[in-house]
Design a protein around this ligand. Structure first.
Ligand SMILES: Nc1ncnc2c1ncn2[C@@H]1O[C@H](COP(=O)(O)OP(=O)(O)OP(=O)(O)O)[C@@H](O)[C@H]1O
Ligand SMILES: [Mg+2]
Length: 358
């Protein structure tokens, strides 16, 4: 019997110190032997957002313990591990350096292969941890820093067909939570308090909804939430505005996902199953899952959502990307330093700020 590859993953791109041991299964999925995540919510809560220097210090304090816990829980020793994969970007450089350097050092000391991993590739491949999926598939990546539609043609072959031209969806959730004083971290708090609100109470803008293509724009929506928040009278008004915001996001994502599905089919129509895969922290949101499942039903796509533990930042997705790259001998050897910006589709134009062309 062939030996199953086992990787140690390390993730420190933002405010989660994470480590995981992952083993490949025979059917193309993964067995997650441990998935340790030490969150820094308490440290950043009082600032209402991530403070890079505080995040980096916290990673430094916790990283060894987190890696040790991941090994202990997996019941593996470092000598049982075939390779070490660490996030090398995109993210906060001071934070990335902590996980990257410790991963590289352990690998050098133990004589193991080291793989620098693109955090977004981790999110993009995360649905195949638990699901047998074949390439190509359509991916909606909705996280704190990115919101993109990508055609995942194969490992290391990604075509971006849509992106946000301003705020990411998770960022819009976080800012709305801050404006409405709903708590930190923003996304889960907006979802929680929306349950108490009327999602039809406020009419909010749906920027570029009628424009062709599947780019997204959320800055105008957030600004209108800010404007309307000035006239709120009661606690109930806050919940109603949160619910109306979440409803607006649902409408935008539904409409643009439908367009993305049509684009996907025009490029690749001979698949036995058309998969629509949703990944990143925002993919945890139940109302978003529900509306996107409805669009899949309408368009005859099979929806795939990772379990919530693999939606937000985690190191299992990094170890899993490492295993897949190792098997295909794609070692990212040119990436010798961490990178704050590292798009999955290097040919896609930069559409924010001065790169914005509408
Ligand atoms: N239930 C939820 N509803 C809406 N948004 C959510 C929910 N849970 C988490 N989020 C949002 O997901 C984001 C965090 O996701 P993730 O950890 O994937 O992003 P990130 O790592 O900060 O950014 P990136 O992956 O783009 O570098 C935050 O903006 C958070 O508010
Ligand atoms: Mg992330």
């Amino acid at each position: 019997m062939e030996k199953k590859l086992t990787f140690l993953g390390i993730e420190t791109s933002c405010d989660e110190t994470a480590s995981s041991v992952v083993q490949e299964n025979d059917d193309g999925t993964a067995k997650v032997l441990s998935n340790v995540i030490s969150s820094q919510i308490k440290e950043h809560e009082k600032f209402g957002g991530v403070v890079p220097e505080i995040a980096a210090r916290s990673h430094l304090e916790n990283i060894e313990l987190v890696i040790q816990e991941a090994l202990d829980k997996s019941k593996k020793k470092i000598s049982d591990i075939d390779g070490i994969a660490a996030t090398a970007g995109p993210g906060l450089v001071v934070c990335l350096n902590i996980g990257y350097n410790i991963g590289k050092s352990i690998a050098a000391f133990e004589n193991k292969t080291f793989l620098p991993i693109n955090h977004l590739e981790g999110h993009a491949l995360s649905p195949s941890i638990e699901n047998k999926i074949s390439y190509p598939y359509l991916l909606l990546l909705v996280s704190g820093g990115h919101s993109q539609f990508l055609i995942i043609k194969d490992l290391d072959n990604y075509k971006r067909i849509g992106t946000t031209i301003d705020d990411a969806v998770g960022e819009a959730f976080d800012k709305t939570a801050k404006i409405l004083n709903l708590g930190y971290p923003g996304g889960p708090c907006v979802e929680k308090f929306s349950k108490l609100g009327d999602n039809n109470k406020y009419t909010l803008p749906l920027p570029i909804i009628n424009r062709s293509g599947c780019n997204l724009s959320l800055a105008g929506l957030k600004t209108d939430v800010l404007r309307k928040s000035k006239n709120l009278m009661t606690e109930q008004d806050r919940y109603d505005l949160a619910a109306s915001f979440q409803e607006a996001i649902n409408k935008i994502l539904s409409k643009k996902s439908e367009i993305a599905m049509k684009e996907f089919l025009s490029e690749s129509s001979n698949n036995s199953i058309n998969y629509f895969v949703v990944a990143g922290g925002v993919a945890s949101n139940e109302t978003i899952r529900k509306s996107l499942k409805n669009i899949c039903l309408k368009m005859n796509f099979k929806p795939i959502f990772p379990s919530k533990e693999f939606c937000g930042d985690n190191a299992a997705m990094i170890a899993w990307a490492g295993i897949q790259r190792f098997k295909k001998k794609l070692f990212n050897t040119k990436n010798e330093a961490v990178k704050p910006r590292w798009p999955l589709d290097l040919k896609a134009p930069f559409l924010k700020g001065s790169g914005l062309k509408l």
